[in-house]
Ligand binder design. Structure first.
Ligand code: ADP
Length: 393
């Protein structure tokens, strides 16, 4: 009988899962899917590793269909389909915040859960949901080993100047610092680069994770040197619906003029970014199709801020050997890549337009240094590998 690892990624209204067969040297994805619409209209979908549908069903809406019920449904489905071939050896969770304490994947026990609960104020929109999935598993499968894999961990060896805001050290000690996120994605990209370009992977690399959430990371010798996201997932680049960098004076102005913290939160997380500027959509594809001037302006702003931050991170690295695009926009939008790279001509970046249109792995011309790559991110794969390593004797 084979062994399997399950990866869970719990959001506010969804529980995503992936099932991996443990093989040597890699793990094989067998199935992945999600239950979305928790607490409202839950719907279960699952696909095989080729993207063929294995399940697609609206679930009978109970009063209370949250993470525990969702995990139980997913566990039963996995059991029904795979128990004859595989036994589950562990569960890896995506946990958004590990704070200063958790710099590496960690086996979960009750003390770890209480430590992670203390970090809820630092990531109130994500951490409680991540932990809800952990607790659901603990309750229904108390003997199944669980591993926490953190979005913040990759960034925790940065210099203090890169992590600090210019406010009293007391606040830094309380955790008001530039933590950085998307670390599992950056680990995935660096792991992939190590396999194909080991020398470049030791050099000065900027990864542009451009999805619904977006950030850049400056990496030297495989380690995070700096990143655009900060205390929260709002900072840095403009995103689908999040604002990116914003002068804190704007928030003071809004507060002084009667907006409540809840209204400001809603505005900055859900109604800003590409959607906010354009008033059309958070989706780059829609904005590219739109003829509205503010849709064009939103994309212009997005590209401008990416280019500006790449300049800043290149300074932090003292030069640049490779630029890598990843996530939904980075992997699929040749137009955005072309526009960013064109504005980086001063850095000697030059891309081959055919390779770029084909979403090829290497899109730079032979003479371009930095080299430019498009590499798909695989955050779930990283969680599965980290979980396997933690559980190996
Ligand atoms: P998430 O942060 O939710 O994981 P993804 O990495 O899946 O996001 O990215 C989703 C975004 O990718 C969409 O909002 C859309 O803007 C963008 N995207 C996906 N495919 C394309 C495409 N072909 N061209 C341009 N943008 C795309």
């Amino acid at each position: 009988m084979g062994q399997a690892i399950i990866v869970l990624n719990a959001g506010s209204s969804s529980l995503k899962f992936s099932v991996y067969a443990v093989a040597d040297p890699k793990l094989d994805l067998i199935a992945h899917g999600q239950i979305e619409g928790l607490e409202t209209a839950p719907r279960f979908t699952a696909k095989d590793h080729n993207g063929n549908s294995l399940a697609d069903a609206k679930l009978p809406v109970g009063q209370d269909f949250g993470h525990p019920q969702a995990f139980s449904h997913i566990a039963n489905w996995i059991e029904e389909h795979y128990a004859s071939q595989y036994s589950t050896t562990g569960i890896g969770h995506r946990i958004v915040h590990g704070g200063a304490k958790f710099k590496a994947p960690t086996r979960i026990n009750s003390e770890v859960i209480s430590e992670l609960e203390k970090l809820i104020p630092l990531a109130p929109l994500h951490q409680p949901h991540n932990l809800a999935a952990v607790k659901a598993v603990s309750q229904s499968h108390p003997n199944l080993p669980q591993v926490a894999c953190f979005d913040t961990a990759f960034h925790q060896d940065r210099s203090s100047v890169s992590m600090r805001f210019a406010i009293s050290d007391e606040f830094f000690q309380q955790g008001i610092r530039r933590w950085g996120f998307h670390g599992l994605s950056y680990e995935s990209i660096i792991g992939s680069l190590r396999e194909t370009e080991p020398t470049l992977a030791k050099g000065r690399v900027i990864v542009a994770h451009l999805g619904n959430g977006a950030s850049l990371c400056a990496i030297r010798d495989g380690r995070s040197v700096d990143t655009t996201m900060g205390f929260s997932v709002l900072d840095g680049l403009p995103m689908g619906t999040r604002c990116g960098s914003l002068d804190p004076g704007v928030i003071l102005y809004w507060l002084a003029n009667g907006m409540t913290p809840a209204q400001i939160e809603e505005l900055l997380y859900k109604k800003s970014g590409l959607l906010g500027i354009s008033g059309v959509s958070n989706d780059v594809r829609e904005l590219l199709k739109s003829s509205k001037p503010l849709a064009t302006e939103a994309l212009d702003y997005f590209v401008y801020r990416i280019v500006r931050e790449i300049g800043s991170l290149t300074a932090a690295l003292g030069g640049l050997d490779a630029l890598i695009f990843t996530a939904g926009i980075g992997e699929n939008s040749s137009v955005i890549r072309q526009r960013v790279c064109q504005s980086l001509g001063w850095l000697n970046v030059a891309i081959d337009s055919q390779a770029n249109q084909n979403n090829s792995r290497r899109i730079s011309t032979a003479g371009s240094s930095p080299v430019v790559f498009v590499i798909p991110t695989d955050e779930e794969g990283v969680i599965a590998q980290q979980t396997r390593r933690m559980l190996s004797p």
